[in-house]
Write a protein of this length. Sequence first.
Length: 323
Amino acid sequence: MSHTKQRVLSRKYVFLIAPLLLFLLFLASCGGGSPSATTTTGNASGGSVNGPTTHAPVSGAKQSSADLGATQYLVKTLNVGMGVKDTTKVADAIQTWIAATDTRSSSAGTTYNQAGDNLYNISLTFSVQASLYPQISLYLRDYATKNGGQLLSLNETVQDVGNDFIDTQSRLTNLRTEQTRLLNLLGHAQVLGDVITIQDKLTEVEGQLETIQAHLKQLNGQISFYTVIITLQPLATVVSPSPSSGWSLGQTFHDAFAASLGFAQGLLTFVVWLLAYSFYIIPLGLLTWVLYRWRKRSRPIFAPTPVLATAAAPSVPTTTPHN
């Protein structure tokens, strides 16, 4: 009977301990899972990562590199040439529209060149926001045809400066790290020679920092604002090239007459110049002629020596004595 009671009691203990063990295992599983969830949240929010989850920043770095690769750093320049009736009126209208459309735009200058009576070739240069550049380029492309003008040219130059931009940012980060390190060394340096060496190196690094920051600022400006150059030409001076034709008698006569007229003009020009310089040429010619005559008269005249013919004397025969 006692043996049966012991078996019953052991079964009761088993039924009591089993739920307790299951409850403890449940708590252990919950406690082990909660730290991993906290670590994941810290990685997503950019917090510090400790323990065996140090691979998370590597994945974050890959994502930032992909974002940098997807971003395009472009520098664009748009050149538009138009033929319009009134260039001054059109220049004012375009300048007013661009200033109203892009309040952050700026004008780099306006150039006027006279092409005739009350006719001017005008060149406008603007710097517009990159976000509003597509709208402005479409407006300028269609402006001439919609206002009774003629679109002469439309050229867009695009330059990708992504490698330069990323490389400049990387160099800037490295230089700032080097600057912080040198400042730390300078604060702990005690030997005068070390202080001078560190200060020289720090001055060099700060100079490089200023150069890199200026270059990065220039790149930011070129990427954020694009250049737009507009050239306006009066329609009166826009001459369309005539198609080439064969030989024409009228054209040949016109060319020959024009050539003869040019020769006559050249000859008349030469005579006019000759008359203008006659005040110097005539006295010089007279002086030359007088000197020539004077030298000719003062030259001595030698008379030719007469040659007298002499009679030949009779030859006397010579006799040879005979022995």
